[in-house]
Design a binder for this molecule. Structure first.
Ligand code: CMP
Length: 226
C-alpha cells in the first residue's frame, strides 16, 4: 500500500514520510458493502479501523428495540479504538451505510503505535475530546429541546460534519435516510418529515432533489443551536 493514502487522515497529521511508511506496514485494507455490520456491540474488540472512503453509522439498540444513532463517520475518521484502549467490549454497533474502504490495525500494533508516535496519541485525544463535546451537545439537545429543535440540531450536526459551505448557505448532499435522521434526533419519521416541511415553509431550508440546503447557516445556528 502507498503511504500517501495516510496523508489525508487527521490521526496522522504532522507525521513525516518515513514514519508514515512504517505505519502503513502495520495496516491492511478491507472493503464493506452498504448495510454490512462491521462491529457488534458487546463483542470483544481486537482491531481499530480508519475510513479511507465511505461512511458508517455508530448506533446502539435500546431495550425496546429502537435504534439510536450516536454518530455518523466518514473519510478520514477512525473507530473501534475504545475497546482497544479500555479492554472492555465494543461500546456500539458500527454499520457501513455505503460502500466503504477501511484500514484495519490490530490491537498490539495500535497500542505500540501510540507509544512510538506520541503525535498520534495527541491527535487521537483531540478527536476524542471533540467527540465528547458533540455527545454533550447531543444529550443536551435530546433532553432540553422540542421536536423542531432536535431535528434542527441534527441537521446542524450533519451540516457541520459533512456539509458544503458556500456563500452563507450549507448544502447537505447526502442526507441520511428519514429513519436514520429520526434515530439521530430521537424522534419518529413522521416528525422528521413534518418538521422539515415546516422549516422549509418558514424559509430556513430548501429541498432540491436528494439534497437539503440550509439557506442562511448563521441564522439557523443562532435560532436552533443550544
Ligand atoms: P469500540 O467501543 O471499540 O467499538 C464501537 C466504536 O464506536 C467505538 O469503539 C468508537 O470508535 C465508536 N463510538 C462509540 N461511541 C461513539 C460516539 N458517541 N461518537 C463517535 N464514535 C463513537
Amino acid at each position: 500500500m502507498n503511504p500517501d493514502i495516510l496523508k489525508q487522515i487527521p490521526l496522522f497529521s504532522e507525521m513525516n514520510d518515513r514514519d508514515l511508511d512504517k505505519i502503513i506496514h502495520l495496516a491492511s485494507k478491507q472493503k464493506y458493502h452498504k448495510d454490512n455490520l462491521i462491529l457488534i456491540e458487546e463483542e470483544i474488540g481486537s482491531t481499530m479501523f480508519i475510513i479511507l472512503s465511505g461512511r458508517v453509522k455508530i448506533s446502539r439498540i435500546s431495550d425496546d428495540g429502537r435504534e439510536v444513532i450516536l454518530s455518523i463517520l466518514s473519510d478520514g475518521d477512525f473507530f473501534g479504538e475504545m475497546s482497544l484502549l479500555d479492554g472492555h467490549t465494543r461500546s456500539a454497533n458500527v454499520t457501513a451505510t455505503e460502500e466503504s474502504e477501511l484500514l484495519v490495525i490490530r490491537r498490539e500494533e495500535f497500542l505500540q503505535m501510540l507509544k512510538d508516535f506520541p503525535q498520534i496519541a495527541i491527535n487521537l485525544l483531540k478527536e476524542l475530546a471533540q467527540r465528547i463535546r458533540k455527545s454533550d451537545e447531543h444529550i443536551k439537545s435530546l433532553s432540553l429541546q422540542d421536536a423542531t429543535g432536535r431535528v434542527a440540531t441534527t441537521l446542524l450536526r450533519i451540516a457541520e460534519d459533512s456539509g458544503v459551505f458556500r456563500k452563507g448557505q450549507v448544502e447537505i448532499l447526502e442526507l441520511p435516510l428519514q429513519q436514520d435522521l429520526a434515530n439521530m434526533a430521537g424522534t419518529s419519521r413522521e416528525t422528521i418529515s413534518r418538521v422539515i416541511k415546516s422549516l422549509t415553509e418558514d424559509g430556513y431550508l430548501k429541498k432540491q432533489g436528494g439534497k437539503i440546503i440550509i439557506l442562511d447557516y448563521e441564522k439557523f445556528r443562532v435560532r436552533f443551536a443550544r
